[in-house]
Design a protein around this ligand. Structure first.
Ligand code: S3P
Length: 424
């Protein structure tokens, strides 16, 4: 699908998005293993979370869905052996996190994914799960994964990569393992699994960067509202950054501190962000914020900040040429193993729009003060690349065509509709 985007003058209005993808995945998985019926309002409308629900259903949970309202009858412990392969679609979160649960089940299951997911690295979850006692067959470290479940032993694991998916995989396995399982993170990553396990009545201990769970805990169903997806909202915040005088209100959005680093970074780059309200729901911070565009300064993103911003970097990079001082992104080599090689995809698309950009092994250097022109943009079948360049197109001269724009359904099917409402 091709979508054409013309230049705009300003961003103005208010948005509320469907529930956060990361939180929805975890709620769906935990609801599937918990006892009782969980109910979620504002559940993510993403194809990725639909993949997770589909897998949980194939594993014996009963799922009823009416738009963003989702009900899950949990199995209350052990899942059922699936009659078919578990299709994770494009979703790395589904495959990596669910592999932790499957490793502890008394059956063998096979997880498959689309062409992009079948190329993504899975050794990062295979290694710890095999240390805990499971046996996993893969295609040279990639999907399909055949998981031979086993009685797992708790362990202390120090992942070599900063990854919330790996941490979550090990902690979910730990919920079924003998004794205690701990993960010591190299850098603190999003903590939705920890908060969600607690919301479902489980115990999680955190001491510094060490998180621990005990095996054999009973989880109870919850009724919860899923806060709006801050990574989706980031595209609109970056759009507001492009136009001084923009004014955007974002309702009911996730403000978890392990995710909201993007707000600090955009503030340092010149966007004026203020909070209208903040509250806690099921351990997650959620609130309403206002973003006003001013001089977009640019800056340097590196170290732990890059890890915390990994999903938001494509959007920031795509608008970087319009900043006054340019943007440098370092320590973000993980971008190369996302749904596409996001460093190469951003660099190619920026160049297609006439921008100067230096590609680095772990990031990119994008000078500021540039003028871009409309172009034919490739999504590389990657939702965040398609959306990032739809935003970059708003300040380009002439029209931009986003090809392969259907990829946005992976995380944010309503993106173009929502953008249309706030663009002037
Ligand atoms: C996610 C963690 C991140 C992120 C992904 C979602 C999660 O991946 O990029 O979109 O929900 O835990 P890594 O944990 O591999 O960095």
């Amino acid at each position: 699908m091709d979508v054409k985007v013309s230049s705009a003058k300003k961003i103005r209005g208010s948005v509320r998005t469907a529930g956060d993808k990361s939180v929805s995945h975890r709620y769906a998985m935990l609801a599937g293993i918990a006892e009782g019926t969980s109910e979620f309002e504002n559940f993510s409308s993403s194809a990725d979370c639909a993949s997770t629900l589909g897998c949980m259903e194939a594993l014996g949970a009963r799922v009823r869905r009416n738009g963003n309202h989702v009900e899950v009858d949990g199995v209350g412990g052990t899942l059922q052996a699936p009659a078919r392969e578990l299709d994770c679609g494009n979703s790395g979160s589904t495959m990596r996190m669910l592999s932790g649960v499957l490793a502890a089940q008394p059956f063998t299951s096979v997880m498959i994914g689309d062409a992009s997911l079948s190329k993504r690295p899975m050794r990062r979850v295979i290694d710890p799960l095999e240390k805990m006692g499971a046996r996993i067959e893969s295609h040279d470290g990639c999907a399909p994964l055949t998981i031979h479940g086993a009685k797992l032993k708790g362990m202390v694991y120090e992942p070599p990569v900063a990854s919330a998916q790996v941490k979550s995989c090990v902690l979910l396995a730990g919920l079924f393992a003998d004794g205690e399982t701990s993960v010591i993170e190299p850098v603190r990553t999003r903590d939705h699994t920890e908060l969600a396990v607690k919301a479902f009545g489980g115990e999680v201990l955190r001491e510094g960067n060490r998180v621990s769970v005990r095996g054999g805990q009973k989880l109870r169903a919850v009724k919860a509202y899923v806060p709006g997806d801050l990574s989706s909202v980031t595209f609109f915040l970056c759009a507001a950054a492009l136009f001084p005088g923009s004014n955007l209100v974002v309702d009911s959005v996730l403000l978890n501190p392990t995710r909201s680093v993007v707000l600090d970074v955009l503030t340092a780059m010149g966007v004026k962000i203020s909070f209208i309200s903040v509250e806690e729901q099921f351990g997650e911070l959620v609130g309403t914020l206002k973003a006003e565009g001013d001089v977009f300064k640019g800056g340097v993103i590196r170290g732990a900040e890059s890890a915390a911003l990994i999903d938001e970097l494509p959007a920031i990079a795509a608008v970087a040429p319009y900043s006054a001082g340019g943007v440098e992104i370092r320590d973000a080599a993980e971008l190369r193993v996302k749904e596409s090689d996001r460093i190469s995809a951003v660099v190619r698309n920026l160049r297609a729009m006439g921008a100067e950009v230096e590609e680095l092994p772990d990031g990119m250097r994008i000078p500021g003060g540039q003028k871009l022109h409309g172009a034919r943009i490739e999504s590389f079948a990657d939702h965040r690349i398609a959306m990032a360049f739809a935003v970059a197109a708003l300040r380009a001269e002439g029209e931009t065509t986003i090809t392969g724009a259907e990829a946005i359904a992976v995380s944010f099917p309503e993106f173009f509709e929502a953008l249309g409402k706030i663009v002037e």
